[in-house]
Design a binder for this molecule. Structure first.
Ligand code: NAD
Length: 343
């Protein structure tokens, strides 16, 4: 039976993954290690706390002793914890380097010492940098342009170096832009949706011609689970969705779904290093591990928009103060009592 340590499991993607992996019969125990930064909320795990398999540890991945203690109690690591917002990396690069690079090295070091059987390091298509045309395979050169992407690229290499040097069974996943419920409203889809619901304008950088690939968070988690179970150690797996959109095209969809029009849109000067286009080829995970994104973009986006509409308590406090705690009232008392938060 697998015992899985999930770092960053109180964040957007990590919390979806924890809920998914808890349902697996062959997983006996799931421990979340999360520092609960502004981006992490134990509440994202909601009823998962009712599972006797789940344990929550509030702590930092660069805490060597804590990481050592935890890693030796597990057979697998799925590593989501990171500073994840590009814009923040422009003014807090050292935090990105510390968490994303040193944090990954701390985990890989412990994985080496305690003979971890599987280690999935979760990364991003942004490490490949902008591509005017074509799509990056896993063999493509890594050319990050912003501190966030540079820190993720460095962390990918650190993780893989522990495979090459010490045989730690590391796999790296690189996914495109995720969307879905529970995402922090600093990211473009929840940012636009929540602003439109409040009657505010949304801002498009430059001409809005930047192209991103959109992947439902559940599809990413399905791909990560395939890699956890069947990935070949030392390999990188790209995980993409079926939909490439410019910012203008994405905005058009969101305006329609939120009942707003183009009067709500303002154009502002472009962000620095705003990569014009990311594109990945994900044939490898499809052919080798049977990955297929299951969500139709329009349906997945409409469901996500509806979730934000139904759950203003989840995001309104974060719009006023990005570090605000989310009110706990919506979580059943039973869930609260079941939460085993270890400090
Ligand atoms: P997120 O910002 O929502 O969550 C990050 C989580 O990590 C939070 O719960 C936070 O508290 C925790 N954390 C941060 N620093 C920590 C530390 N030092 N120790 C312990 N926990 C810490 O991020 P996300 O969007 O869920 O992304 C998860 C992973 O997926 C990241 O590695 C990110 O680079 C990668 N990724 C994200 C996307 C995307 O579209 N969101 C796309 C590709 C890859």
């Amino acid at each position: 039976m697998e015992k899985v340590l999930v770092t960053g499991g109180a964040g957007f993607i990590g919390s979806h993954f924890v809920k998914r992996i808890l349902r697996a019969d062959d997983v006996a125990k799931v421990t979340v290690l999360d520092a609960l930064t502004y981006a992490g909320h134990a509440e994202n795990l909601g009823k998962a706390f009712l599972s006797p398999k789940l344990r929550f540890v509030h702590g930092n991945i660069i805490d060597v002793k804590l990481v050592d203690d935890l890693v030796q109690q597990h057979t697998a690591i799925v590593h989501f914890a990171a500073e994840s917002h590009v814009d923040r990396s422009f003014f807090a690069a050292s935090t990105f380097l510390s968490t994303n690079v040193l944090g990954t090295q701390t985990l890989a070091d412990a994985a080496m010492r305690y003979g971890i059987k599987r280690f999935v390091h979760v990364s991003t298509d942004e490490v490949y940098g902008p591509l005017a045309e074509g799509a990056a395979t896993e063999e493509a050169p890594v050319r990050p342009t912003v501190p966030y992407a540079a820190s993720k690229a460095a962390s990918d290499f650190v993780a893989l170096s522990y495979f090459h040097t010490y045989d730690v069974p590391v796999c790296v996943t690189r996914s495109s832009n995720n969307y879905g419920p529970y995402q922090h409203p600093e990211k473009i889809i929840p940012l636009f949706v929540t602003r439109l619901f409040q009657g505010d304008n949304v801002a498009i950088h430059g001409q809005g011609q930047h192209v991103r690939n959109w992947l439902h968070v559940e599809d990413n988690c399905a791909g990560i689970e395939l890699v956890l179970r069947g990935g070949v150690p030392g390999e990188v797996y790209n995980i993409g969705g079926g939909t490439d959109l410019t910012t203008v095209e994405l905005t058009g969809n969101l305006l329609r779904m939120c009942g707003a029009d183009w009067d709500s849109v303002v154009y502002v000067s472009d962000r620095r290093s705003n990569d014009i286009r990311y594109s990945m080829n994900w044939d490898k995970i499809a052919t080798q591990l049977g990955y297929r994104p299951a969500r139709v973009f329009e349906d997945g986006l409409a469901a996500a928009v509806e979730w934000y509409q139904r759950n203003p308590d989840r995001w309104a406090p974060l719009l006023r103060n990005p570090c605000a705690p989310i009110p706990r009232a919506e979580i059943a008392v039973a869930v609260e009592e079941a939460a085993r938060v270890v400090h």
